[in-house]
Every structure is written in structure tokens, then in C-alpha cells.
Design a protein around this ligand. Structure first.
Ligand code: ADP
Length: 983
């Protein structure tokens, strides 16, 4: 029967419905939607049900989800999915397709109930209601309207007398009546019905368990809580509103009849509850989506305003404007809470420009208000919750809201500004409408924006701080760069004052340096200062501001020089002065001053910057000082090395010559280029250099080894040069960690010393001979006389005169030695009297003439009639002439001639002594004046001597400021000259 009834009804609808559904399913799938069950399964069930194919239906139902024990639950879930799919499609709500859908569902249920022993069948009216409700509610997006509609339909279409729709609150602890109808009248007009979940009423029980309940007799059910207004209720049926396991609320119907509700009623109510739950969820989602969208739009716009600008005033004003607009009020203020002073400081404000809007809020931007006098802020900051005063006439939440309302505001919403757990201020929204209420959503939005505001404030603060630090750092970087690369103290100081003046943008900056000996501060560099003050400012420690900063080793800031008794007025223009000490490792080296024309020009930022700059300056100044010290030391050392008589050579660890001095190049007769960079002991290196660099063998003293080498003459074809004897001292040089880094070799030319030593040896043998010969002859003659072996008096006299001559020779020798030691000691005083050399010459010649005559030597004098006197010591000059003339007579063989002349020439008196003696070899000419030197010549017999006469002569002449020289040709005689300055 049923089959034949249904077929015609569905004939025209079903194919369309199926197509529609199939398309909707594939569209939804394309969007990526998934469902707990296959919506196609419902289509198969519908087809099976419509065809009366019970086996097919059973087959479909057997494919249900394992968790669903009740086949009807499975049918309901599948239908929910189909509704989900279709509600997102554009199926017109009033089309007959919806009706067809419901009929199909009805058919499925009818068949399913049949074979699942489901006794009760829903009535046609009930099914219609289901269809209508579903159709209605799917389109409703406002939760309140939805609730109203549902209860109205339950009353009107399903015919229940007492219907209720309860929803859980946000905590899930309580369930609140949101809508209800009692015999067509709005339910519960007095108080709001609130039940505790799981504890109160059938509704509470259903909400806790998530299971439906039919109570045939409420009187015998302990769970039942009678409503005071409904004492006549006898039975009750309640089903949960459930979406995906979440319980949203409960649909509840009551009756004044006992056992008024059947299983079929329960089926319909459950089906309805499922639709309603989905609809409520959707509507809520929609609302929250809309709110979120709104919030996001506002937040986005706000953050866009913030990002675009980091100027605090602009940003905060933009936020205030956004808040005002978003919550739709007349004005807004944003205030900062200064924890230290416990003050509220309004930082930004926005007022909607309109004729009836008050022209200001009760706050004044920038004017701090103690928190104690600020009831709004006090409450918000203490409770850390928003404060609302909904209209002036309301009692409101504030104890004394009067001050904020004085400009004419009627409603206030104040929310705290949070930054993590810190409260940093508050936002206040004002409205002039007395009726203005603030909804939970508005409060929530305001809080979200307040959070944004706090973040923006923090960002601005951080940005400004970073910018400040950045500019400091970059200034300091520039300063450090400028001064670190320079080691000229004056330039460093100049760079410092200029960099600081630039960094602080101040009028003037100067650096005092402390003079350690006088303990005064003197300006060494300044910028922006008048020249006269620059030179005048010299301060003792403790004197003036800079003096005090140095004495007390701390920055001193004079906010107004006019007010400070310590300030010494150099420049009347200066009103603010900041002095920071400059110290190096705790040692005061100076003070940096900055000044400005206006009072109180500097703050803690400037002080910090200046302190850092002073620390940098200290290092730079110290470096420059050290550098100049090192430099002058290096210059000194360079000069010493350059001009030292000894040769110096430095080898690195590999034995490469890295340094040498001019003395060395002269000694070796090599150029600097030929020496530097040479591997000293490498193959092919010059033998002279190799000789110097050979390993030293003799330990001279601790850490110093020595060896001696003989360097052959470098230019063999040139003039005759004797080989040089060089003594080389070698010292290892270590670096600061004690690792050897090379060797220094000091080369001492000992040629002369060795010669002198040789001469000395010769001298000693000579002198012993010279002494011994006369002594032994004296001894011999004396012995003969004493032993009376001299027969006659004449012979005796002759012997005595020999003794006398020998003694005189001895005396002369001893005199010569004494003279030398006197001359060399430098302690005796040479007389400074006018000396007439002509007299001296004549006297000497007559003194020596007898000796010459004895050798038959002619002594010729060629002297002018007069000569100007020379200043000097007559005795010593006579010694010079005696030595020269004596030598001439001594070396000239018998029959020769000695000539003596004198003349005045170019301010000098020149004496000349020439002879016809054996002459002197060319290579000996410059040596004959050195001590102990005697020409050794095998070919000719030369008279013996001590090699002292010419040395003494030279010493005397030079001590008179004169010079002595000789010319000679071997075999042709010699000529000696000496010249003395004369007036
Ligand atoms: P001494 O004559 O006692 O050896 P001197 O200092 O007077 O010492 O002279 C140094 C040397 O110079 C002499 O040994 C001699 O070889 C050389 N000499 C000095 N005067 C003459 C001279 N007139 N003719 C040749 N040789 C001389």
C-alpha cells in the first residue's frame, strides 16, 4: 500500500532531487568538504525505500558506521550529511525538492523502523513539521531568531503545549532557557530559568548525559525539578541538541497529561534536535565569523596605521580613531600608567567631530593625574578588568564616575592595556548617548584593540629606544672609527670634540687634558668655543665644573650655569654644562665638556652618550700618547742604530737579513740592497756577509756569543787596504712569549785595536830594549868606575859623559811616556799664552845643532823676520818642534840636510821640517802619527824609537786647534808640517 502511495508523489521530484544532490555532492567534494558518512548512501537508501526494496535498505543500513548501534541513528546521521551538502548548495528553500527530500527521509525511516522493530511511526503532521522546521531553520543565521522559530514550530506544527529550548552557557556548567512557549505564550516571563547541568531537572540530566529522556510521570522521577509557574506538569520529554559529540543544549517538551509522549514523538524530536543543533551551530559560527571578520578588519586597519608610522602621536591617535569608529562611540583616550610615579598620563585622544559631541574628554593629553584621584583608572588597573558605565543615569559599576562625565559624556567603557602580564595603561571610550550600552562583543573587540594598542605603544617605545641607541651607536661608531685610525694626538682630540658636538648637536665641546706635573687641566681641543676662552681656561683639580668632575671622577651636570655657584664664567653664553671625566684604567687624564646656550639642555641619554664617548676618547688619547712615545723611542733607536759606529745586522728565524745599518755597509763595503733579504748562510752569498753571519763560538757574557773574522779588502785593485778585523757579538732576540724570533749581530771594527795591540806588543819589546840598552851601558860604565878599572881620569870623564847621555835618553823616554799619559788623561791644562814661534824654533835648532853636527847634517833655517804670536803653551809647542826636527836629524843619514821653515798663510802659522832621509812608505803616512807606530822596513836600517814622538806632536797640535801632516817619497826624504791658528 505504502509503495503505491509514494510512487506517484515522488515520481516527478525524485530524479531532479537525485541530480541536484549528486551535483551538490560533487561540488562540495571539489571544495574539499568531507563528511562522516557517504551522502550517496542516503540516495541508495531513499531509492530502496521508495522501491519498497527492504533487502536493499537493510544492505545500506548494514554499511553504517560501527559506532552507531541504533540503525535510526545511522539514518539520521546520513540525512544530516545530505542536509549539510544541500544547505551549502543553491537549492531554493521553498522548492518542492525540500519536500521531496523530507518524504524520502520519511520513507526511509518508515521502512527502517519496520525492520528494526521500531514500533512507533511519526505522524504525517510531525513529518511535515520536521520538513518545515528544517527548511526554515537552515536559512536562519541569527541565533535568537532561530530559537524563536524553533519553539514556535514545535508549538504550532508539532502541537506541544509546553516547549522549551535550553542552551548551555560558555562554562558548560549551567543550562539556560533561551526560548519557550507555554500554550502559545512566551515562557518564563519573570526570572530566567537556569539549571545546573547534571544536577537539576530532566533537562540538566539530558544535557549531562547527551541522551534523550521520556518521563511518563514526573511526579515519580527524582530528577524532575518543577517550575514554580508550572505546577500542573505531569510528563516530560527532552532530547539533547548535539553536533559532532558536542552538546549545545536541550529541546524539552512537557505536558499536563501523564505519559503524553511516544517513541514516535521522541523520534521526531530527535530528528528535529539534530537539525536545530546544526542550525544553531551554523548561526553561532556565522556570528563569530562575522565578529571575527569585523575584528580582523579593524585590527588590520589599525595595525596598518601603526606599521605605516612610528611617530607615537600619530599612531596612537590613529588607534584612538579606530577604536572610536569600531565600537561606534563619540571619543576615545589612550593613557599610559607610569608605575614609578603611579600617575596616569593621557597620551592620545580622538573625538568624533559633531555638533552635539562634547569637544573634549575629561583628560588633558600629556597632563599626568595621580592614580588615587582617578577612580576610572584605579578600578580598571586594580581589577584588571574592563569597567562599564552604561549611561549616566545607571548605577553603573563605578563608585564615583562624576569626573569623567563632566564634559557631557554619558557612557564609558574603560579597558586595561596589557603587555604580557604587565598592565601598562588604559583605553577609555566615551559616548554622549545616555542609552548607550556596551555589548559583550564590543567589550571583546575593545579588549582586542587595547591589546593591539599596548603592542603598538611597546613597539613605538622599542623603536624610539632602538632609534636612539642606533643613532648613539652610529655616532659612537663614527667617533671610534675617526679616532681609532688616527694616532696623532692633536688630530684625535680634534676629531673627538667634533664628533661629540655632532652627536649631541650641542653648542660647544672641549677636551681638557690633565698636565701631570702641574696638576692643571688645559683645553687641548675645542669646537664652538671662542678662541680667547680656549686659551684662558686653565683649571686646577677641583676648580670649576671640569675641575670638579676630574677631582671627583664623576660626571657633573650644571642644568643652569646662572644658578650654580661653582660655575666659573668664561663664556656668558653657556647656560647648560655637562662635564664628564676621561679616565684610563682608573687614572684621570682629562675631562670632556659639552655646553649649550639654553638651560637644562642635556638629559640622561646625552650623559650616557658622553660617558661612552669619554671612555672611547680615553682609549684613543692613550693610544695616541703611547704611539707618540713608541714613535719617539723608535726614532731614537733608529737614530742610534743609524749613527752608531758599530755595525748592526738582524737576522730572522730563518737566517734572512732583515735589517742593517750604514756602519755595517761601510764595514763590509757592500750596499744595503746587497745585504737585505739575503739568506746569510745560503749558497752564493757574499763571503763578507757570510763571515759576519757565521755561528758565533766564543761566549762573551751571558746571552752574548762572539767571534772574530778578518775581512779581506773589498777592492783589491784600488788603493792598498789592509784587511779589517771585525769582532761580531751575537744575541738571540725573543718575542714576547719567549720564542726566538731572530738574532742581532753587532759588528765592532777591531782593526785599530788589534793594530794598537800589536804595536803595544812591539812597544813593550822596544821599550824594554830601549830601557835596557842605556841602563845596561850605564850599569857597565858605573861598574867599571866603581871597580877602579878606569885607569885615567879622561877615560873616566868620557865614561861619565856616556852615562850622562844614556841617562838623558832614558829621561827623554820616560818624559815621552809621561807626556803621553798626561796628554791622554785629559786632566792637565794646556797654557794659553801668546807664543812667539820664531823664538821657539831658533831655540830648538840651537839645542839640536850639536847632534846634527855630530852626524854631519846641515841644518838650514828659512824663517821670516817676524811672525804673529800663536796662543798656546810654549813648552808643549817646543816639544812638537823638537820631535819633528829631532826625527829629521835622527832619520837623515850622515851628510844630509834638514831644512826648517815657517810662514803665515790664511790665518795660520805653518811650520815645515824637511829632510833628506829614507822617506816613509805611502801606506804608513797616515799611521805614523798613531801611538807606538813605527815604520818597519827590512831593506834599510832605521834608527830605533818608541813610536811616540809623532803621536805626542799630533796630540799637542790638535789641542792647539791646529793640524799636522807629512808628505814623503821613499828614498827622497820627508817633509812634516804643522799649522796653528794665529791672529
Ligand atoms: P820614533 O821616532 O821614536 O820611532 P816617532 O813617532 O817620532 O817615533 O816616529 C814614528 C815613526 O815614523 C818612526 O819610527 C819612523 O819610522 C817614522 N818617521 C818619523 N820621522 C821620520 C823622518 N823624518 N824620516 C823617516 N821616517 C820618519
Amino acid at each position: 500500500m505504502a509503495e503505491t502511495n509514494r510512487q506517484p508523489l515522488l515520481d516527478p521530484v525524485w530524479p531532479r532531487l537525485k541530480t541536484w544532490l549528486t551535483e551538490a555532492i560533487s561540488r562540495a567534494r571539489a571544495r574539499g568538504e568531507t563528511w562522516p558518512v557517504q551522502p550517496e548512501l542516503w540516495t541508495h537508501m531513499a531509492e530502496a525505500a521508495l522501491a519498497g526494496d527492504r533487502a536493499g535498505l537493510a544492505d545500506c543500513l548494514s554499511q553504517r558506521d560501527e559506532t552507531q548501534t541504533d540503525p535510526l541513528d545511522a539514518v539520521a546521521t546520513q540525512f544530516e550529511t545530505v542536509l549539510d551538502v544541500l544547505s551549502a548548495s543553491d537549492l531554493p528553500p521553498d522548492s518542492d525538492l525540500w519536500r521531496g527530500l523530507m518524504v524520502c527521509q520519511g520513507a526511509i525511516l518508515a521502512e527502517a523502523t519496520r525492520f528494526t522493530n521500531f514500533s512507533a511511526q511519526p505522524s504525517v503532521a510531525q513529518l511535515r513539521t520536521l520538513i518545515e522546521v528544517s527548511r526554515e531553520i537552515i536559512a536562519i543565521l541569527n541565533p535568537e531568531t532561530l530559537v524563536e522559530q524553533v519553539v514556535a514550530l514545535m508549538y504550532q506544527s508539532l502541537g506541544y503545549e509546553y516547549v522549551h529550548l535550553f542552551l548551555l552557557d560558555a562554562t558548560g556548567q549551567r543550562i539556560i532557557l533561551r526560548g519557550g512557549l507555554w500554550q502559545g505564550q512566551s515562557a518564563d516571563p519573570g526570572d530566567v530559568r537556569v539549571l545546573r547541568v547534571g544536577e537539576e531537572g530532566i533537562v540538566g540530566w539530558v544535557a549531562a548525559r547527551g541522551q534523550p529522556a521520556i518521563v511518563a510521570d514526573v511526579g515519580s522521577d527524582a530528577r524532575y525539578r518543577p517550575h514554580p509557574a508550572l505546577p500542573h506538569i505531569r510528563s516530560e520529554m527532552a532530547v539533547p541538541l548535539r553536533v559532532g559529540g558536542r552538546i549545545l543544549g536541550v529541546l524539552d517538551v512537557q505536558s499536563d497529561q501523564l505519559d503524553a509522549f511516544t517513541e514516535a514523538d521522541l523520534f521526531v524530536l530527535r530528528a528535529l534536535a539534530d537539525q536545530v543543533a546544526i542550525a544553531i551551530d551554523n548561526a553561532r559560527l556565522h556570528v563569530s565569523m562575522r565578529r571575527r571578520l569585523h575584528e580582523q578588519t579593524v585590527l588590520y586597519e589599525t595595525s596598518a596605521a601603526i606599521s605605516a608610522n612610528l611617530d607615537a602621536d600619530t599612531v596612537l591617535r590613529a588607534i584612538a580613531a579606530k577604536l572610536t569608529e569600531a565600537v561606534s562611540v563619540g571619543g576615545c583616550t589612550i593613557s599610559r600608567w607610569d608605575l614609578e610615579s603611579d600617575m596616569i598620563i593621557p597620551v592620545a585622544e580622538y573625538l568624533v567631530p559633531s555638533s552635539d559631541n562634547p569637544s573634549r574628554t575629561w583628560r588633558t593629553i600629556g597632563q599626568a593625574m595621580p592614580l588615587n584621584n582617578d577612580p576610572v583608572a584605579s578600578q580598571v588597573l586594580q581589577t584588571n578588568r574592563p569597567a562599564l558605565v552604561a549611561g549616566r543615569k545607571d548605577k553603573g559599576m563605578l563608585a564615583d564616575p562624576s569626573p569623567w562625565g563632566s564634559p557631557g559624556w554619558k557612557a564609558l567603557l574603560a579597558v586595561p592595556l596589557h603587555l604580557e602580564s604587565r598592565i601598562v595603561g588604559l583605553v577609555e571610550l566615551y559616548d554622549r548617548r545616555p542609552s548607550r550600552q556596551f555589548s559583550a562583543d564590543e567589550v571583546q573587540l575593545c579588549q582586542a584593540l587595547a591589546h593591539q594598542t599596548a603592542m603598538a605603544m611597546e613597539r613605538i617605545r622599542l623603536f624610539n629606544e632602538t632609534r636612539q641607541r642606533l643613532s648613539e651607536v652610529s655616532e659612537l661608531y663614527v667617533l671610534a672609527n675617526e679616532i681609532a685610525t688616527n694616532l696623532n694626538l692633536a688630530e684625535v682630540l680634534d676629531a673627538i670634540v667634533r664628533a661629540i658636538q655632532r652627536a649631541l648637536a650641542c653648542r660647544g665641546c672641549c677636551i681638557f687634558l690633565l698636565d701631570e706635573t702641574s696638576q692643571t687641566l688645559e683645553i687641548k681641543a675645542a669646537v664652538g668655543l671662542k678662541l680667547k676662552w680656549r686659551d684662558a681656561a686653565r683649571l686646577s683639580l677641583g676648580e670649576g665644573i671640569a675641575g670638579r668632575a676630574a677631582a671627583e671622577a664623576r660626571p657633573i651636570y650644571v642644568t643652569d650655569t646662572v644658578q650654580d655657584p661653582d660655575y666659573i664664567f668664561f663664556d656668558q653664553e653657556v647656560r647648560s654644562l655637562l662635564a664628564v671625566p676621561v679616565q684610563v684604567k682608573g687614572r684621570m687624564i682629562g675631562v670632556i665638556n659639552v655646553d649649550e646656550r639654553v638651560p637644562d639642555a642635556f638629559g640622561p641619554d646625552q650623559e650616557r652618550l658622553l660617558t661612552i664617548a669619554a671612555a672611547q676618547a680615553a682609549i684613543a688619547i692613550e693610544n695616541a700618547r703611547l704611539f707618540s712615545q713608541v714613535l719617539s723611542e723608535k726614532q731614537r733607536t733608529d737614530a742610534i742604530i743609524r749613527y752608531m759606529a758599530d755595525g748592526l745586522l738582524m737576522l730572522d728565524r730563518r737566517g734572512v737579513v732583515v735589517s742593517c745599518n750604514p756602519a755595517l755597509t761601510t764595514m763590509l763595503g757592500m750596499s744595503r740592497q746587497d745585504i737585505l733579504g739575503q739568506q746569510a748562510l745560503g749558497p752564493g752569498v757574499d763571503h763578507r756577509l757570510r763571515a759576519i753571519c757565521e755561528p758565533a763560538t766564543v761566549k762573551e757574557r751571558t746571552g752574548v756569543l762572539a767571534h772574530e773574522v778578518e775581512i779581506p779588502p773589498s777592492e783589491p785593485e784600488g788603493e792598498v787596504v789592509t784587511p779589517r778585523r771585525l769582532r761580531i757579538f751575537s744575541t738571540t732576540v725573543n718575542d714576547e712569549v719567549g720564542q726566538p724570533m731572530g738574532e742581532v749581530r753587532v759588528v765592532h771594527d777591531v782593526t785599530k785595536e788589534r793594530e794598537i795591540e800589536e804595536m803595544k806588543d812591539e812597544f813593550f819589546s822596544t821599550i824594554s830594549h830601549e830601557l835596557r840598552t842605556p841602563l845596561s851601558s850605564i850599569q857597565g860604565f858605573v861598574r867599571l868606575i866603581l871597580e877602579d878599572e878606569v885607569p885615567d881620569e879622561e877615560t873616566q870623564r868620557e865614561f861619565l859623559s856616556i852615562i850622562g847621555r844614556q841617562a838623558e835618553q832614558l829621561g827623554q823616554l820616560v818624559n815621552n811616556l809621561l807626556n803621553i799619559s798626561r796628554l791622554e788623561s785629559g786632566i792637565f791644562k794646556m797654557g794659553r799664552e801668546p807664543v812667539h814661534l820664531l823664538d821657539v824654533l831658533q831655540r830648538t835648532v840651537s839645542k839640536l845643532r850639536s847632534i846634527a853636527q855630530a852626524k854631519n847634517i846641515a841644518v838650514e833655517t828659512k824663517l821670516p823676520s817676524s811672525l804673529p804670536p800663536v796662543i798656546g803653551d810654549e813648552g808643549w809647542l817646543e816639544q812638537v818642534i823638537t820631535n819633528l826636527v829631532g826625527n829629521a836629524i835622527k832619520f837623515t843619514p850622515e851628510g844630509g840636510t834638514v831644512r826648517i821653515g815657517a810662514r803665515q798663510s790664511n790665518g795660520e802659522l805653518v811650520v815645515e821640517v824637511s829632510d833628506t832621509g829614507p822617506g816613509i812608505p805611502a801606506d804608513a803616512l797616515d799611521k805614523i802619527f798613531t801611538k807606538f807606530y813605527r815604520v818597519v822596513d827590512d831593506s834599510s836600517e832605521r834608527p830605533e824609537g818608541t813610536g811616540l814622538g809623532l803621536h805626542i806632536a799630533r796630540q799637542i797640535v790638535e789641542l792647539h786647534g791646529g793640524r799636522i801632516w807629512a808628505e814623503s817619497c821613499v828614498g827622497q826624504g820627508s817633509t812634516f808640517w804643522f799649522a796653528l791658528p794665529c791672529e
